[in-house]
Design a protein around this ligand. Sequence first.
Ligand code: MN3
Length: 256
Amino acid sequence: MNKIFHLVFNRQNNIKMRKHLIKILNLGFVLVATSTLTLAEKPNDKNDRTMKEFKTTEFPALPYSYDALEPYIDARTMEIHYDRHHRAYFNNFVSAIKGTALENSSIEKIFAEVSKAGDAVRNNGGGFYNHVIFWENLGKGTSKPSAELTEAINKTFGSFDKFRETFSNAAKTRFGSGWAWLYLTPDKKLAVGSTPNQDNPLMDVSPIKGIPLLTIDVWEHAYYLKYQNKRADYVEAFWNVVNWDEVNRRYAEALK
Ligand code: MN3
């Protein structure tokens, strides 16, 4: 089913069609899944669509082809990153929570108490979730920050350029492996920060806390084939392939 999804996706680069398909396919997955990962959906979940994706043992499809983000992110890197690294986190996360009470928990709840769940859940759950956010906030096109997001960015950072510089610095200066984030704090303010390894702002172990809006993976596996040690060049290239439509959607949903 994933393959069909992927094929249709490539032909129909259409957000509405995509959302519709996700709904239909998720229903299908839930019905056919032999052991469903019941990351439960509550009526007031902040990110309904994402939560639905997490209700299945199916590894989520990449929302575009491997070469879609060329030349900024090369096809070989995308293939290895998605099909090996991300898939391994997904499989290990499923194994880590199988047969435990966490199977019946939402991913947000798991992260909110991840310190109790142990390193396998923290590292693989984060590795699974962070990449889903990352793939979705990448894309090629002419999308822009919405008027609401632009206003909030200007208010918080002074200008879009200042925000971009702050976010890029967070990505460039994260020592070792990790992620940089634009996120919405619990008091509904924009903030930029970074996390080590596969941690994210939803986790109780994270010093930065909030709802992720935009992220960049700064593990070497995300850029080494094309950029080698030049993380700064990869971070600069990233701005050419930000899917602002998705960031706008996440922002609007996080504000609710
Ligand atoms: Mn990665």
